[in-house]
Design a protein around this ligand. Sequence first.
Ligand SMILES: Nc1ncnc2c1ncn2[C@@H]1O[C@H](COP(=O)(O)OP(=O)(O)OP(=O)(O)O)[C@@H](O)[C@H]1O
Ligand SMILES: [Mg+2]
Length: 267
Amino acid sequence: MKIAISGKGGVGKTTVAALLARSLTLRGVQVLAVDADPDANLALALGAGDRQPTPLAQRRRLVEDRTGARMGGQGGYFRLNPLVDDLPAELAVDLDGIRLLVMGGVSSAGAGCVCPESALVRALVTHLVLASDEALVLDMEAGLEHLGRGTARGVDHLLVVVEPGRRAVATALQVRALAAELGIERVWLLANKLLALDDLDYLTAALPGLPVLGHLLANPAIARADRDGQPPWASAPDLLEAAGGWLDRLAGQEHTPLRSHPPGGRG
Ligand SMILES: Nc1ncnc2c1ncn2[C@@H]1O[C@H](COP(=O)(O)OP(=O)(O)OP(=O)(O)O)[C@@H](O)[C@H]1O
Ligand SMILES: [Mg+2]
């Protein structure tokens, strides 16, 4: 199963990615977590402390060899299908059973675009063949950039994390439209930071056609865990039970496929 997590900035994507990754390992699934946010912090959410993996962005020779692209350059042509099968073994670090691979970002001002690294992550997500006891969890950059680049094209499930508020809803609507264009059929709403349960009603009314995968209340224990450099489940283990419920729903596939909503009424 390949799962990508998207949504507006700060809504809780990385928190959700970490919860899903840990909850999968608790079920005996081998997890490859991919942090595709140039401002990477999934390692922190997984409680990695100092065990930070070397980002792809710092593996210049490898990225250039695989993609044929010059790092930091603009535009240009990339190899469409760079070799990716050995990347997890070569680049991922093991964080208590979760293998984490980090894309990374520009390391200095004016250094240019992370396009080749993105192309490699997209190839990894699309072409990596997973065994039945393996899963890939992709934590994405806020907003629409990775959907625009097609990074999530190959995923089985796209989770749109939304907090109760018009700005997060507006981003979710755009994510939904781009997901339809990419042909991702299973797109789910993950409602986060709810102040009360009627917030869930607000979100489902604002986002029709997005089935609810689950929800989390605004929970000071989650914010405190971040402050203390701990994974969110350290002080609130019930969060892993909630994430287990999300996995059941994903595995059950009780999902009405998303209809295409392309702008201009095509299709
Ligand atoms: N349910 C919640 N209750 C309280 N705080 C939360 C909750 N979910 C996430 N947070 C906190 O909100 C902040 C942002 O969360 P997180 O980093 O997971 O969001 P994000 O969407 O990945 O952000 P970014 O767009 O910067 O990548 C963190 O401090 C996190 O601990
Ligand atoms: Mg994040």
